[in-house]
Design a protein around this ligand. Structure first.
Ligand code: FAD
Length: 320
């Protein structure tokens, strides 16, 4: 009755959000009086794998197959189903990111396991297996009980602080029965932007809206982000207008982010935008309209013209 966690990697490095999922899985395992095995797929250096011990994984099952350097959800679900079987696991943990969102439902159907996505609490095992998640675009919470024998939970990134220890995990090569026929997706090209911080993992995000008037003014957002070591994001109309790439769009129809600090510049704070950012720990709003709805969700607000306020803020932070 062990716990399995899918620890996903990017370019051979275990993601921070995956480390959070491993620590979450270790806490679940402690509640259940059992151990955690992490499943890692793709080419990953041994120290990355043994390093998962710091986050509570007792064992790492490694599928060192270069075809899985980029996630293929159907194949990963098959691998995890075999791992669940081998380890007699009753709980599987994912990160609630692109791979978790793609793999967990397939595994759920395969194992006939109840699935809760986007968990923001550890399970309450006193009254079943009750996990808390946010619903209705962050307007309410639901406490969902998973009553099936096998249970799957995906954990919202940036919800639980990392508390690494010093242990190392045992690494075992895992050779599931997968063949070329299982691979249905052909990766044509992978484009990576050097130095760009993935939004779902960013601790600080500087985000711009239509108040910035046009793409030629995005230097304001980028300069402030650079000083803070932050990622950049935008509202949907900004991406729809082609001012910024779509992968920066946050909100109901874009990415959900939960940074420690979210700075919104020239964004009105429509409900659909808030749906993706209201899990941020601290929200700072810069808007020239004191009636902008975003101020109601803000921890700190600056009423002023972004073209005056933001350069001053950036200069002050540079001098800090
Ligand atoms: P605006 O609403 O135009 O607001 C611009 C703001 O900038 C204003 O508050 C203004 O006071 C301020 N401003 C103007 N000039 C300055 C200045 N010089 N200095 C400082 N402030 C200034 N939106 C999203 O963002 N994400 C989503 O995922 C999303 N999903 C949607 C899904 C649906 C089904 C629908 C119907 C809408 C969705 N929207 C989404 C759109 C959403 O409703 C809003 O229209 C959008 O968020 C507004 O973007 P904005 O705040 O950048 O622009």
């Amino acid at each position: 009755m062990s716990v399995i966690v899918f620890a996903d990697q990017q370019q051979g490095k275990i993601k921070k959000a995956a480390q959070e999922a491993v620590e979450y899985a270790a806490k679940v395992a402690a509640q259940l009086g059992t151990d955690v095995s992490a499943v890692v797929v793709g080419e990953v250096a041994n120290e990355e794998l043994t390093g998962l011990g710091k986050h509570g994984a007792k064992k790492v099952l490694h599928v060192a197959d270069a075809r899985l350097n980029e996630i293929e959800p159907g194949v990963c679900a098959k691998i995890l189903a075999e791992a669940v079987n081998q380890e007699s696991a009753s709980v599987v943990i994912f990160t609630h990111n692109f791979s978790g969102k793609a793999i967990a439902p397939i595994l759920s159907a395969k194992l006939k396991a109840g699935l809760v996505t986007g968990a923001i609490s550890l399970p309450d095992t006193a009254s079943g297996f009750v996990v808390k998640k946010s619903v209705f675009s962050g307007k309410a919470f639901a406490n969902v009980n998973i009553s099936s024998d096998k249970k799957i939970v995906s954990v919202m990134p940036n919800t639980f602080n990392l508390e690494p220890g010093t242990a190392t995990a045992d690494v075992a090569t895992f050779s599931p029965s997968i063949s070329d026929a299982d691979f249905k997706i052909k990766m044509v090209k992978v484009e990576t932007v050097e130095g760009e911080i993935p939004l779902t993992e960013a601790e600080i995000i500087v985000s711009g809206g239509r108040g910035l008037k046009g793409p030629e003014n995005w230097g304001l957002v980028e300069d402030l982000a650079h000083v803070l070591g932050a990622a950049t994001a935008c509202s949907r109309p900004v991406a729809d207008s082609g001012w910024r790439p779509h992968h920066e769009h946050v909100g109901q129809t874009g990415l959900t982010v939960r940074p420690n600090l979210y700075i919104a510049i020239g964004i009105s704070g429509a409900i659909q935008h808030l749906a993706g950012v209201n899990g941020s720990k601290v929200i700072v709003v810069i808007n020239k309209d004191p009636e902008a709805p975003f101020f109601k969700a803000a921890d700190y607000g600056i009423v002023g013209d972004a073209f005056e306020v933001v350069p001053k803020l950036t200069e002050a932070l540079k001098a800090y």
